[in-house]
Design a protein. Structure first.
Ligand code: AMP
Length: 193
């Protein structure tokens, strides 16, 4: 299974992705987390990403796509994975499709977690990550609306887009996602690898 968790910053993608990964026994890949680790380790890759992450801007597509392809080529990810925070632009979504196709697989479902904007800002301010200052939060929300939301249309056209109401506690939202994946039989899709 390859599941994409979609939604604005602060809707709970990371938490839900981890719960799904634990439930289905596949890895969780968060590009944001990969960047934060690389920045902390001061790797060459981190040095390339830092400028963007600190400002709430998107890291260039070719950098993101290269790192994701590296992950998806490694054994644990061949069983499937839960993608969190990727793809975030149309070129990233197209690159992902092309890459998975070369491996003989495809995105099974895109789950859009929907949360009201004032609740999103409240949650992000509570979280307190280094890129969670109010100015950077606003920038990230704007980037989401302008560059990431169009990706929804791309998946809607493929018939893969599903939406979930994320205005509830963690367990309830998790349950909603599991029900949804069950209803479209994605929860038992065997890996094609
Ligand atoms: P996140 O943890 O998903 O909120 O991501 C934190 C930051 O990492 C974002 O504000 C971007 O600067 C960067 N980032 C994460 N994923 C991507 C992506 N798919 N494309 C471009 N930049 C990304």
């Amino acid at each position: 299974m390859v599941i994409v968790l979609f939604g604005a910053p602060g809707v709970g993608k990371g938490t839900q992705a981890q719960l799904l990964a634990d439930r289905y026994g596949v890895p969780h890949l968060s590009t944001g987390e990969a960047f934060r680790r690389a920045i902390q380790e001061n790797s060459e890759f981190g040095a390339r990403a830092r400028h963007y992450v600190e400002r709430g801007l998107l890291v260039p597509d070719e950098v993101v796509t290269a790192i994701v392809e590296q992950f998806l080529s490694s054994p644990p990810y061949l069983q499937g994975c839960i993608l969190d925070g990727f793809p975030r632009t149309l070129p990233q979504a197209q690159a992902l499709d092309a890459f998975l196709q070369r491996q003989g697989r495809a995105v099974d479902a895109v789950v859009n977690i929907m949360v009201a904007e004032d609740e999103i800002i409240r949650r992000l301010l509570l979280r307190g990550r280094p890129d969670d200052s109010e100015a950077v939060i606003r920038q990230r929300l704007q980037v989401y609306a302008e560059q990431t939301q169009p990706v929804l249309d791309y998946y809607a056209q493929q018939g893969k887009l599903r939406s979930v109401d994320g205005n509830a506690d963690i367990e309830t939202v998790h349950h909603r996602i599991v029900q949804l994946l069950r209803s479209i039989s994605v929860d038992n899709v065997p890996s094609s690898q």
